[in-house]
Design a protein around this ligand. Structure first.
Ligand SMILES: [Zn+2]
Length: 419
């Protein structure tokens, strides 16, 4: 199992200068290497329906450019630009590997026939990071001893170990990166042991979760969690700070300060959202052995008028976190096609047409429950076919009962069950 732990670094001012210099040099080298690849592609390709005149090469065409040719050019780079000698060689290779990955993602379709976008040139001040591919072995350029990270050619940097590195995990890689509020290190941790998933025959409880804009999610037993709307709450502060930024002269010291302030605000919102997602995921995994969710077309939904709300709840990110948490804890998740789940009656299967504004599902068979609750029950029915789970409760209830799971409860349930 692979995990990533991120820790904040406490570099000295001199170290910050070195780190920034490395980031900048590697950025330039990345752009150069990308330019080399694009140039080669341009000079050797012509689309079927075009005249090759435009692409007719002038001068000699270089050999195919790939990772290996670029990596062997590194020596020349160091001869021409002496400052590259100060960078740990493995970091430079990793930089080229990263480009190679992006390049292949662009040109080679994956198994679903999808390709990534064209790799972009990195602007000054874009996310700046570099990777040490080995940690804590004799050949490594990075060593973590206690709370000191020893980096080759940089020196010893203090790591703020806010939580211990898990027992039994081996540190595979260390990536140093800059965020709006300082420098961080991301360790990729690997444990050869994979947690055994719970045998199917031992699944005792299951639930369907219906995600929505009114409530973050509703479970099949009628519990719901409110949408925290971090982005909406931060919006007025953000707008104020952004207006301030617009008044600054671009490129000035004050502009930089203010743009950092805006970046920190965004970082804060993103962190709040992520923590909320983890809390909900842990709560669900603590409460149920199997969690059934709907496969949503989030990209399609985000193109509608509700885009801001939809991106604010970030279901896609949540579902990924939920699945990761479930795997770690040996629980099961399953995605099902959401077609008809909000229209069909979960009691009798009859279609009950209703618009988005109608919040209560009321069927001729006598079932009157909250609309989202009905969907969650449908999801549970769809996903738990053939599983030894006792009948889904709540069907006899005729009142739209709604229990709101509060944040305080969430915290409790998460921490008591983990300890
Ligand atoms: Zn019905």
């Amino acid at each position: 199992m692979l995990l990533t732990h991120q820790y904040k670094l406490a570099p000295t001012p001199e170290q910050v200068v070195t780190l920034e210099a490395w980031g900048e040099l590697l950025r330039r080298h990345y752009n150069y290497a990308l330019g080399q690849r694009l140039d080669w592609l341009n000079r050797t390709r012509s689309q079927i329906d075009r005249c090759s005149l435009v692409r007719e090469p002038i001068g000699e065409i270089s050999d195919k450019v790939d990772y290996y040719t670029q990596a062997s050019d590194l020596k020349q780079t160091k001869d021409l630009f002496a400052e590259y000698k100060n960078i740990y060689a493995d970091c430079q290779q990793q930089n080229l590997m990263r480009l190679d990955k992006a390049w292949k993602r662009w040109l080679v379709p994956d198994k679903n026939g999808k390709r990534g976008g064209r790799p972009r040139f990195k602007k000054r001040g874009d996310i700046c990071s570099f990777t040490f591919p080995r940690v804590n072995n004799p050949k490594a350029g990075a060593h973590l001893v206690g709370n000191i990270l020893k980096l080759s050619k940089i020196g010893e940097i203090e790591v703020i170990l806010h939580r211990p590195i898990l027992d039994g995990f081996e540190i595979k890689q260390a990536t140093i990166l800059r965020k709006a509020d300082g420098w961080y290190v991301s360790f990729s941790l690997e444990d050869k042991a994979v947690p055994e998933p719970l045998p199917i025959s031992e699944i005792k409880s299951a639930t369907g979760i219906d995600v929505g804009l009114e409530k973050f999610l509703t479970t099949a037993d009628g519990q719901s969690i409110a949408v925290p709307q971090y982005y909406r709450k931060a919006q007025s502060v953000l707008a104020h700070q952004q207006r301030k930024l617009a008044r600054r002269i671009k490129g000035s010291k004050n502009y930089q300060k203010q743009s950092n302030k805006v970046a920190r605000l965004h970082l804060h919102v993103a962190r709040q959202r992520k923590e909320f997602h983890y809390q909900v995921a842990h709560w669900l995994v603590n409460s149920y052995d199997l969690i059934i969710f709907e496969n949503l077309n989030i990209k399609g939904l985000a193109r509608t008028r509700l885009a801001k709300s939809i991106l604010d709840v970030a279901w896609g990110a949540f579902l990924q976190i939920l699945q990761a948490v479930a795997v770690r804890r040996g629980k099961h998740t399953q995605g099902v096609n959401p077609r008809g789940t909000s229209i069909n009656c979960s009691g009798c299967g009859e279609r009950v047409e209703k618009s988005l504004a109608v919040r209560v599902h009321s069927c001729s068979c006598g079932l009157v429950i909250d609309r989202d609750w009905n969907s969650a029950l449908n999801l549970l029915n769809l996903g738990s076919v053939g599983l030894p789970i006792p009948g889904c409760g709540g069907l006899e209830v005729t009142q739209p009962v709604r229990q709101q799971v509060s944040f305080v409860n969430l915290r409790c349930s998460r921490y008591t069950a983990c300890s």
